[in-house]
Design a protein around this ligand. Structure first.
Ligand SMILES: NC(=O)c1ccc[n+]([C@@H]2O[C@H](COP(=O)([O-])OP(=O)(O)OC[C@H]3O[C@@H](n4cnc5c(N)ncnc54)[C@H](OP(=O)(O)O)[C@@H]3O)[C@@H](O)[C@H]2O)c1
Length: 285
């Protein structure tokens, strides 16, 4: 049993029986944790990511434990249309959303990169922009008409504390998360007279596959990280309350507070100095 199942916060959580949640990036980390929590709350879940085997294993597991159904859709959300018949693209997932009844969209799939900008692959940086910005934009646009018609449901945006200030050596990633942060909060305000929930989530470092995918250097992977369970618990509580923003866990809240008061040029410079020491040799500018 997942430790978050015992939490009193989870026990008092919103009931989502009969609702359907589509979660992007559900094959690992925060997305997998949120898919499990939404399913536990009674929702039918649609799991989206590229790794079909992981999604199908999770769907099989969830289908065995509770009444809410679980379905796997293998898709690469960084491309419009996939040449591979087994893999859908962003346009196809968007069309799928329009053709099905969805109550909750979790825009979670995302990745980062680390290093001096000129040393990073421009194709990979563009892939990040497409996954972290274009995919949530397109999927949110696809689901909103039916949420407005039903006047219920919600959208969860996975931003990051990286959205609060420029992050040298993770410049593109921080820029994409700033987009997710402002977009989520702005939409919440646009639709404030509806019953649709818009929740923007800004975690600090979390124990997931993120560091490995971003090729974050070893020293940085030793910094304390929150567990997926801790983050998921705070997200579910915030969604239940109808909050617009949640910065899960104390340390991230403290960093968010600091970044609101420290001038950006100082915090950016300090971050640059701190992260420069983690750069692989020969990558100094
Ligand atoms: N971990 C952290 O420290 C942290 C902190 C703040 C915010 N976040 C944000 O939280 C979100 C989830 O990250 P995580 O930490 O849980 O990392 P993770 O364990 O690496 O999970 C990322 C998920 O995104 C999916 N994904 C990656 N590329 C994709 C693509 N092209 N198309 C479809 N799905 C794709 C991955 O599945 P496949 O590989 O199977 O496609 C995986 O399910 C991200 O938006 C991240 O920016 C993370």
């Amino acid at each position: 049993m997942n430790s978050s199942e015992n939490s009193p916060l989870v026990k008092n959580m919103i009931k989502l029986d009969g609702q359907t949640a589509l979660i992007t990036g559900a094959s690992s980390g925060i997305g997998e944790g949120l898919a499990r929590a939404l399913h536990r709350a009674g929702a039918n879940v649609v799991l989206v990511a590229r790794r079909k085997d992981l999604l199908e294993d999770l769907a099989r597991e969830l289908n065995q434990v509770r009444s809410g159904s679980a379905e796997a859709l293998s898709a690469d959300l960084s491309i419009a249309r996939s040449p591979d018949e087994q893999l859908l693209g962003l346009e196809e997932i968007s069309a799928w959303i329009r053709g099905h009844s969805i109550d909750i969209l979790v825009n979670n799939a995302g990745f980062g990169s680390f290093g001096p900008f000129h040393s990073l692959s421009i194709e990979r940086e563009l892939e990040m922009v497409r996954l972290n910005i274009e995919a949530p934009l397109v999927l949110t646009h696809a689901v909103l008409p039916q949420l407005l018609e039903k006047n219920t449901g919600g959208i969860i945006f996975l931003a990051s504390i990286a959205a609060f200030q420029p992050i040298p050596y993770m410049a593109t990633y921080a820029g994409t998360k700033a987009f997710d942060f402002y977009h989520g909060l702005a939409l919440r305000s646009e639709y404030r007279n509806t019953k649709i929930r818009f929740l923007t989530v800004c975690p600090g470092p979390v124990q997931t596959e993120f560091g490995g995918v971003a090729r974050v250097p070893g020293e940085m992977t030793n910094i304390p990280r929150n567990s997926v369970d801790q983050v998921v618990r705070e997200v579910m509580r915030a969604y239940s309350r109808g909050s617009s923003l949640v910065v899960p866990c104390f340390k991230a809240k403290f960093l968010a507070f600091l970044s609101a008061y420290v001038p950006k040029r100082f915090s950016t410079r300090l971050t640059e100095m701190a992260l420069r020491s983690s750069l692989p040799k020969g990558k100094f500018v």
